[in-house]
Design a protein around this ligand. Sequence first.
Ligand code: KG4
Ligand code: ZN
Length: 337
Amino acid sequence: KDEPLVLGIETSCDETGVGIVRGHTLLADAIASSVDEHARFGGVVPEVASRAHLEAMTPTVDRALADAGVTLNDIDAIAVTAGPGLAGALLVGVAAAKAYSLGLGKPLYGVNHLAAHVAVDQLEHGALPKPCVALLVSGGHSSLLLVPDVASDVRPLGATVDDAAGEAFDKVARVLDLGFPGGPYIDRAAREGDPGSVFFPRGKYDDGTYDFSFSGLKTAVARWVEARERAGEPVPVADVAAAFQEAVVDVLTKKAIAACKDNGVSHLLVGGGVAANSRLRALAQERCDKAGIELRVPRPKLCTDNGAMVAALGSELVAAGLAPSDLGLPADSSLPI
Ligand code: KG4
Ligand code: ZN
């Protein structure tokens, strides 16, 4: 009960998230999404996202407070995503967090979005093992991190050199005329397909790095589908979805397991929107079991962008006694980990 009540604000992409936590206890996770407004463009439109955040901010904070059964005056600290993300979108959250901090006279903590994706798992599975390796895969990022301590020491091992994994799912879904965002559609279509029906190239599979590349895969799928269409043959959507998905999750899990083994780490955390993928979860579990690694994956609602993850990391920073940010805290679209 002595642990501080932390309010977290997330606006790095298209979700306005407001979470409230006390220690590792999740009290509220309110979210407003502008995803439907972006659907007809086939991708997130930054200006549309910023305006939606502005409109959703106060109602979402109010909803989180009501869900947690607390008032603004009960809040002990404010945490906010300072980056990386869309500059204009981040600015809305950072400005709101500064206003709450100033108005309430409570400390402000700017946090890194990627570290927050790691910290959120503590709300579901308790304290993170130190160290752990984290595989973060979403529409905006695909990274492997070595995490000795989520509050103070998060080290990048590798990242995508081109498209993020979720971006590849979204682009391939467009090629297959499925909906947006494409990940869940591909996941569903793939269940009826044969992953071995086509072999798509795995970028950077054996290059000895922890980096990823998905743009070649996306192009290979597009070329394959175009060739079928040109030949006047039907496109086996389920098979293509399954084969594409297999290529992505094969390389993701291979490198994640290698990162654990090479660093003598026995716990792997998978987070980000793509962690909702059923095949990624299954193959990660299978390969972790084989390698004697314990796998932690938060439930899907905590994997996609949300405010609880920001509050979870803020709570960790407070507990570690780290200095708060000052009111000059910038929103940094390319904030390094
Ligand atoms: O973490 P997130 O909500 O937002 C970003 O920071 O990007 O991730 C969204 C991404 C989208 O690209 C979406 O297609 C993907 O996660 N995604 C999935 C699944 N559910 C969401 N990808 C594969 N399989 C899924 N089941
Ligand atoms: Zn994210």
